[in-house]
Design a protein. Sequence first.
Lengths: 278, 278, 272, 272, 330
Amino acid sequence: MTALTIQNLWKEYGPQVVLESVSLTIAPRAFVALVGPSGCGKTTFLRMLLGQEQPTRGTIVMDGAPLPREPGPDRGVVYQRYSVFPHLTALQNVMIGPEMRAARLAGRLWGKARKGLADDAATLLHEVGLAGAEDKFPAQLSGGMQQRLALAQTLMMRPKLLLLDEPFGALDPGIRAEIHALMRRLWHEHPMTVVMVTHDMREAFALATRVIAFDRPRQRPEERERYGATITNDIALWPPRVAGRQTIYDADIPAGDEDLSRFAIQPGPPRPDQGALR
Amino acid sequence: MTALTIQNLWKEYGPQVVLESVSLTIAPRAFVALVGPSGCGKTTFLRMLLGQEQPTRGTIVMDGAPLPREPGPDRGVVYQRYSVFPHLTALQNVMIGPEMRAARLAGRLWGKARKGLADDAATLLHEVGLAGAEDKFPAQLSGGMQQRLALAQTLMMRPKLLLLDEPFGALDPGIRAEIHALMRRLWHEHPMTVVMVTHDMREAFALATRVIAFDRPRQRPEERERYGATITNDIALWPPRVAGRQTIYDADIPAGDEDLSRFAIQPGPPRPDQGALR
Amino acid sequence: MRLINLTPGKGGRLLLGALPFVVLALAYLVGSALRLADNPGDKLLPSLGAMGRMIEVMAFTPDKRTGAYLLWTDTAASLFRLWSGLAIATVIALVIGLLNGVLPVMRALLAPFVAFLSMVPPLALLPVLFIVLGLGEVSKIALIVIGVAPILTRDLALTAAALPREQIVKAETLSASSWLIAWRVVLPQVMPRLIDSLRLQLGPAFLFLIAAEAISAEGGLGYRIFLVRRYLSMDIIFPYVVWITVLAVAMDLALRLLRRRLYPWAEPEGRA
Amino acid sequence: MRLINLTPGKGGRLLLGALPFVVLALAYLVGSALRLADNPGDKLLPSLGAMGRMIEVMAFTPDKRTGAYLLWTDTAASLFRLWSGLAIATVIALVIGLLNGVLPVMRALLAPFVAFLSMVPPLALLPVLFIVLGLGEVSKIALIVIGVAPILTRDLALTAAALPREQIVKAETLSASSWLIAWRVVLPQVMPRLIDSLRLQLGPAFLFLIAAEAISAEGGLGYRIFLVRRYLSMDIIFPYVVWITVLAVAMDLALRLLRRRLYPWAEPEGRA
Amino acid sequence: QSRTEFKVAWSIYVGWMPWGYAADSGIVKKWADKYGLTIQVTQFNDYVESLNQYTAGAYDAVTVTNMDALSIPSAGGVDTTAVIVGDFSAGNDAVFLKGAGGLADLKGKRVNLVEFSVSHYLLARGLDSVGLSEADVTVVNTADPDMVGAFQTADVEAMVTWNPMVAEIEKLPDATKIFDSAQIPGEIIDLMVASTASLAENPDFGKALAGIWYETAALMVSDTPEGAAARAAMGAASGTDQAGFEAQMAATKLFDKPADAVAFTTSPDLKATMELVRTFLFDKGLLGAGAPSADVIGIELPAGDVLGDAANVKLRFTADYMQMAADGPL
Ligand SMILES: Nc1ncnc2c1ncn2[C@@H]1O[C@H](COP(=O)(O)OP(=O)(O)OP(=O)(O)O)[C@@H](O)[C@H]1O
Ligand SMILES: Nc1ncnc2c1ncn2[C@@H]1O[C@H](COP(=O)(O)OP(=O)(O)OP(=O)(O)O)[C@@H](O)[C@H]1O
Ligand SMILES: [Mg+2]
Ligand SMILES: [Mg+2]
């Protein structure tokens, strides 16, 4: 489910234009990989999808209704910096979402309900490779372990829209392959749409149904502040990867290719001069 | 210059053994890539090379003398988490090292000396792709930008031994290629030895003269606490890459290969049972 | 090796830590001896022996009039007031500080007023306080609350507001309501700071207690100090001051242990 | 929408912030009217008119005895004492707090003693203070210093010690000596907290000022309040208390602006 | 050896306001110059602190009541001489009851007062006069500046205090004055005392004090515009106005003429008063911890006879300086 329609989105921080005229339609159950140079506004874009920031201009429509102006349990996020709760153990971090959903007042479960949840959480921790770390606090975990914990925490909620900001950057290849497999399985099994920021082209092509590139069309230093980034490439995988169905990719992931231009359809439309408007 | 000899190094945190019997000799001007699963002790190892942590057992000898028990300007570091000074602008962050080296009392330079240093710093910032961000504070920079800033800050000191902890994980492929080129140039031009932790095999082979893998020989959960990681693979690049000389690699970096076992020389020696000693 | 990396061992730490106390004690003994040599009747810096005798009288001899052991009844009366005051102040600080820190609407409503209140010198308004609350225990406890709660509240609100925005957003994606964010995300994370803040306020709390007891009381540590101050009985005042300080330091230590026990994740690095 | 995400606009904030003040003012007016209806001679809650007349007398009529305008000479005397005290306390806190926070050896030496000192109730030791320092300005300033410096120092030491270990190590690899670490890395980063801490200590500083002036002074805000307190002249005390609070709030604001101006990088998120 | 620099402490109270006025108006300087001395006059808001400072040796002279002179500096080992008997309280101290009634109604009530002060003594004398003792009431220590506010709280049933608080409490609707110092005239005496040692070092110090006092006192009671201005200034300095100050003066028997003071000091009544005072203090344990009897401290009277231990005289009354003022050789 969960289709997204983004129309003519702009985001400015004070005088600095970060994103400009981003328009995009994301199909239900798509797995979008978002790539682009550092500092071009990918994280900012995810924040707007989450409802954490409001666009300066433009609209975001989710499943036919305007996006709620605040984050909610239908959209999950794994931030670029580790974002687990420092005061909870790994297991508690994974349990807190369902606990809060079930107990609106106490925010905690007891007895059998708690036991069942703890089992689920432990299973998920095992799947992200954190078996044995259940009772450690985040400060006692390595960077990559924290990142996996954040992923598990988010996945427990089975969000309809999952937003990932470079979630696997700090992982070694072995564990990364395992997490990729887990992600793919979950995406097949559960009706969720995923938007993932990554710097790793191979990862993008290993998981996504569609790769979108952001970039600034103007790069001269004096122009950087006044012109933002927008979509410069939009590539659908071929043959298409479809949620819930096994495709040739899942059996054997090809080595990726760094050169996006091979896939390039065409550069974005020339930016209309809006200088007079500012 | 700067050879390192590490003999029978152990590191324990309370009851947990993190590293055990690590022995290693690093030649002057080597570029060592350190790989291994998340949480196996790579960061801990770098900390000991830096002098920030002391080994539980074993010795580290640098250029014939025992490693000083505290960090110094001969060893530079870029941490896994962004580690720039939040109260200084990007330019000030890059200038602070030379400033403190030159002015032992004020820690600041003025007039012409300052001007010259600021120019050098701005040049380096430009080279790591941060032109235009000179006057921003770290909190105003994206994650990847902070990481590059940390690199520039460290490089300003021209350390003899450079320690990098996943420095390029948050960079997009374009900027990463540029930084790789910069790293390679600096390593050729300046007499420094580099130890870099990375999860990206391709990066390891693109830059290093030697790839070392850490891993835990015992993986059963009940054994994880009592047995630490050690060197399981040690691969020298062939044909050798030599500092100061152009080799075939530098012209054209081959696509990496995730499968380490192809390079494996042999598994590490079986671990002598030391249970009685504890 | 840099001075900054020089870490004394356990024994060295104890020795170093004791040094300033020894110096202070010596300075007192010398000063006292000098003044007593000048005037044997001097009351400002009594000898240790004179203080020892007064401790004997206050702590271990029943009072002629009431038959009570004064030091202990004074301590009990004061601690009751102090703890009641601190407990109430803590609850107020938690509720208002959390509301202020978490809800922008409440912050807009209350933050300026709390900032204003924290600047009002409570001692100057004592007459009003008395008339509203009477001269009994209530007004003494209230003075402590009024003196301590605004600072605790502001500190807590600052701490709550300084939590990374990402954590709040994260909690929202985990289906938390405003209440659950306050209860399960913000509250546990401000608790360690609350304890630290409370530790810093122990000194001021004792100050307000003493001020309150100086104004009207029938017993208590501050009452006794101000009563015998009339006679410059430093041989009673010094032991009482040291006793108060020891009590405060003990509470400080207890709070620190509590913090370490309850919130191990919040210990400064390297001690977790 | 969650309450937590409801952010009032600029106008709404002003209105909400004014509300508690309006409520307080109304409560006062009603209380005052009720008491005055009961007893027209009541001095506890004077009418606004009565207070206005006293403000006229204190602020804009030359004193019969000295020819000075009392409110202004009182304010000048008190502010001089307060600022001197705060300045000295800040310098002490900076030096000792930084040493404690940065050097483990100094921490071992001084931290227990500073913790002890911060718990000593200074009001109880006033006679000693006055005899050692005399009754002039020095002892009044000293009381403020003694009351404020230990807390500032502890807070600063805590802040300095909480800096990530990585930053210190990083500075060492950038050739910093212990001195340069303190000077270029730690000091600038504790300054914002120092200013915040100072803001929190404004209330206590005024308290100590008032306590010192209550004992011996010939002018000052606290002196005046205690002088007229014997007559229950609330028509002077209330305006003085409000004036003190306004002064303190103005200083608080000035410090906040200073912090924002000098240390923009340290502003809470979203305001940088 | 002889010193020329002396420090005098005084605290804000109707009978002692002349000292502040004398310092402000140059009278102190005039008399100090006359004897080649430097006299520094310091004002205290807090009476007890001024006594503490004197007892600890920081001041040479201080304003104090006869009772506190015995129980504080003298009992504290400082040999003290009363240089000037300035006035006695004739209504400045009073016992109040909330609601109607008399002294006998105090039985079983809580009485707020400054413990061990002249208020405590006044209460004891009052209770004595109706056959009660202090055991019949509960004493609650209360700070003097807060008396007026405290009286209006529900907890307070009775209160003993001094002026200016007395005048304020009198105005309150439910306050009944049931006893005051006018009923024990001459027992609560306000003095200027100096350490006997300071006087011995330089007797001119005592003369200067006497000179200052009688010049100021004469001005203070005079019916001239200067006198009115002086009273207005003293009123302002004590936090009230001329009218308020004059009301307080009315409750004070001021000795503005040295001869009157000499007569009062040398009369046998003083001995009787001090006998009452020292008995009261001994009962309260205020003549030193473990004092075996009221005789531990000797009190020397102008005639030369000594109450108590003649070998341990710590409080001396003398008419010498006042006599000199009366005779005119100052
Ligand atoms: N709160 C803010 N205030 C001002 N500028 C901001 C703010 N947040 C981000 N920016 C600016 O917006 C731009 C985009 O930042 P963003 O974090 O979205 O980049 P990114 O694409 O995620 O980069 P990276 O790949 O390095 O994480 C940057 O130039 C940054 O400086
Ligand atoms: N201060 C500490 N106290 C206790 N245990 C620690 C501490 N620091 C690290 N560890 C433990 O040591 C192990 C190694 O941690 P380290 O950070 O060196 O891993 P890493 O190899 O760098 O992992 P990553 O690739 O995820 O960064 C982990 O199991 C971690 O829990
Ligand atoms: Mg980003
Ligand atoms: Mg690491």
